[in-house]
Design a protein around this ligand. Structure first.
Ligand SMILES: [Zn+2]
Length: 438
């Protein structure tokens, strides 16, 4: 599809990958992105020297290490802390993986989804043409990651298999989609249908309420919010300031339409409110993906943490300005879902600038890990890439970026989320430190 973000990864949708193998998935993104040609031919050379064998190299942890090595070589900069041995020997990848995991602590994924509803999406029947764009985008992402039925496979079962069991993710935070005007009068991912995730894994997941826009009526919105918080096990909110109503969007700092929602949140004990910002896709209006409405909302509701999902990329500098010039602010947060996945694999220089800008201006106590999985398949490749990612010295110079130390990565991976969501430190079945939802 021409409007589909996958056009940045040419040909990836024609290459079958195993959904259970995160290294094959991550390597596919690296070999099909803007650096794909460079990465591919360097990996071909490495494949001659690896112990996993040429045929399996591109599907192995060694191959994924090789993809990161290839980016370093192609750019002449050290984006990834990865050794040649890891592209050759399986034991080396496993050893480094355990070491990094131990150093950077538990992983809380601030941004995850299941993407199904029982009745599905049928164009002209329960889905408009514009509504189908979003479904096609998600379907395309899923199929590229080996889920043959696209969104229908981004289901409760696979959430457990790929994300909670199949990756180092300790706690997953997930939310519904609304936009009912485009989906036959029913939310695209209804609250009722995603609630099963929370029921299955109560102490490893946090469910966010959503699908709400005051353009459907402030009174109705407040009633639905109250229902979701009272009758479902929800702990926060994730909203979209673009919507599918005739008005097309709204703002968090709208005193008439938005402030009653924040007042209701405080009354219900909801202190964390996220919003999709940046990544202006499909049928939605880009202007509502800008983030400046967070400015006044943050000032007027100091007891609410406002979380910019996607870190507002590619408008992340607007987000950064809301903290750089207002350092007193302590309730502005961001998370990295899709932003990291899309840039690290295809535009590593951009990735370093985005992370550097967020860390320098928003601050390392306010940036949270997120992957937008299951959209990008099993999140383990993203976790491995972030554990190894660093901002090359050449890019730090003249920009004042902090270096991505293990300590900062531990905050991003889990520490910051644990703080705002009140997670409890615990030990997992292997005796490793983890977080659990109280
Ligand atoms: Zn998302």
């Amino acid at each position: 599809m021409e409007f589909n973000y996958l056009k940045s990864f040419k040909g990836i949708d024609g290459t079958p990958v195993n959904p259970a193998n995160p290294y094959e998935q991550g390597t596919a993104y690296f070999t099909h992105g803007h650096m794909g040609g460079e990465v591919q031919h360097r990996m071909e050379e490495m494949a001659e020297k690896t112990e996993v064998g040429r045929r399996d190299f591109f599907r192995s942890a060694c191959g994924f290490a090789g993809a990161m090595l290839a980016v370093n070589a192609a750019t002449g900069m050290k984006f990834f802390n990865v050794s040649d041995a890891e592209a050759r020997e399986v034991a080396a990848t496993a050893e480094v993986k355990d070491f990094l995991k131990g150093n950077m602590g538990p992983v809380v994924d601030q941004h995850t989804h299941i993407c199904t509803r029982e009745e599905g999406y049928i164009k002209g029947v329960n889905t408009t043409e514009a509504g189908m764009w979003f479904v096609d985008l998600l379907d395309g992402l899923g199929k590229a990651m080996g889920l043959p039925n696209g969104t229908s496979d981004m289901n409760v079962e696979n959430y457990g298999k790929l994300l909670l069991d199949g990756s180092d993710t300790d706690v997953g935070i997930f939310n519904p989609f609304g936009f009912r005007e485009d989906y036959g009068g029913k939310d695209m991912i209804p609250m009722e249908e995603q609630a099963q995730v929370k029921e299955m894994w109560p102490n490893r997941t946090i469910m966010l309420a959503g699908g709400l826009t005051p353009n459907q009526g402030v009174t109705e919105t407040l009633e639905r919010l109250e229902d979701y918080v009272t009758n479902y096990n929800t702990s926060g909110l994730k909203l979209y300031t673009f919507d599918s109503t005739p008005q097309k969007g709204w703002w968090f700092d709208d005193e008439k339409r938005a402030y009653p929602i924040w007042e209701k949140c405080l009354e219900l004990g909801i202190n964390n409110v996220g919003c999709h910002k940046g990544i202006p896709f499909g049928q939605f209006m880009a202007r509502y993906a800008h983030v400046e409405d967070f400015d006044k909302a943050c000032d007027d509701f100091l007891d609410i943490n406002f979380i910019a999902f996607h870190s507002a990329w590619p408008y992340h500098e607007e987000l950064a300005a809301l903290k750089m010039f207002k350092p007193q602010r302590t309730n502005l947060f961001c998370e990295l879902g899709s932003t990291f996945a899309a840039t690290v694999s295809s535009r590593p220089i951009d990735c370093a600038h985005v992370l550097g800008t967020l860390l320098r201006d928003v601050g390392s106590d306010y940036v949270m890990w997120g992957t937008d999985s299951l959209l990008w398949g099993n999140p383990q490749w993203q976790i491995d890439a972030f554990r190894r990612f660093q901002i090359p010295d050449e890019l730090v110079e003249g920009h004042g970026y902090p270096q991505l130390t293990d300590e900062i990565k531990a905050k991003i991976f889990g520490g910051n989320a644990a703080r705002i969501w009140g997670l409890q430190s615990a030990k997992n079945e292997l005796g490793q430190p983890t977080y659990r939802v109280a």
